[in-house]
Design a protein around this ligand. Structure first.
Ligand code: WAQ
Ligand code: MG
Length: 263
């Protein structure tokens, strides 16, 4: 993907008017139709249900607008269950400078469903890392990080690291890319995430200090509520952070270091 035109592809699917799933990729013209087909298939066979509406957006990006980046280092933190996972995640976030009250507020909202009515948000909540106040303009939609992907060489290298660890699945690959874009955004202190897919209990935090730190359990098995919190520096320029997350185009062409598991 050097001087050839690049396209941003975004998918968003709903069922009964509620957020079901979404995805964001970058592509050349040669692979665009195949990616579009795979995103349609994903929306129709999602573990939380089948989409009854989906939107695909394709936008050509000027090649000179594409920023290059490196993925975060990856570590798995062994935890016995989701309570242990949340306690460990909380301790690391405190070390990274997020106030304990802000973490608790975000975890409470994520566990209850952070969108109005206790539903999953389409994107992430923005949380002031000191006060814990929510700053996203629309609490149902949240803010989606978009317009990011791996180069095909970086994808091969990432999969070669993930595969022997039994981690080469789309949840992990996509979360590692998303977290790297979030960590690169102005005003971000840390991210907290766990999946909304009932059969996927793992989650992660990312901070400049810890990179991408994953926990095999951050929620109980069977729970179909999840989400993301992006913790922001107090008094940062929220509009600037949102503009970077939604609009900057970042192609990750280097992977991070994989560290041994920790307890
Ligand atoms: N930008 C902001 N928020 C998003 C985005 C995005 N691009 N994509 C998803 N979200 C929010 C949204 O509220 C979803 O409901 C929620 O995150 C969860 O999304 O290392 O699978 O795609 O083992 O279900 C993390 C652990 C897996 C991976 C995360 O998230 C690992 C996952 P999901
Ligand atoms: Mg999901």
């Amino acid at each position: 993907m050097s001087s050839a035109p690049i396209y941003s592809i975004r998918m968003h699917a709903t069922t009964g008017g509620d957020h079901l799933c979404g995805a964001e990729r970058l592509s050349t013209s040669e692979t665009l139709d195949g990616i579009a087909a795979s995103l349609v298939r994903r929306a129709l066979s999602h573990p939380r249900g089948s989409a009854d509406a989906l939107r695909l957006s394709v936008d050509r990006v000027e090649p000179e607008k594409v920023l290059r980046g490196r993925l975060l280092d990856v570590t798995t933190c062994a935890v016995a269950d989701w309570r242990g996972g949340r306690n460990a995640a909380r301790a690391f976030l405190v070390k990274a400078g997020v106030a304990a009250g802000a973490i608790d507020a975000a975890m409470t909202d994520l566990a209850a469903g952070a969108a109005p009515g206790g539903k999953n948000m389409r994107g992430a909540m923005l949380v002031d890392a000191r006060s814990g106040l929510r700053l996203e303009p629309d609490p149902a939609r949240g803010v989606r990080a978009s317009r990011m992907d791996l180069s095909s060489e970086a994808e091969q290298r990432l999969r070669a690291e993930l595969s022997p660890r039994n981690l080469d699945n789309p949840h992990v690959r996509e979360a590692i890319v998303l977290a790297a874009k979030v960590a690169a955004a102005p005003g971000i202190v840390a991210e907290l995430c766990w999946s909304d897919d009932p059969d996927y209990t793992a989650g992660y935090i990312c901070t400049p200090l810890h990179g991408y730190l994953r926990f095999p359990h951050l929620k109980p098995a069977g729970e179909a509520i999840g989400g993301r919190a992006f913790f922001l520096q107090p008094q940062c320029d929220v509009a600037e952070t949102i503009a970077f997350l939604e609009e900057a185009v970042v192609l990750f062409d280097e992977i991070g270091v994989f560290h041994p598991d920790r307890n």
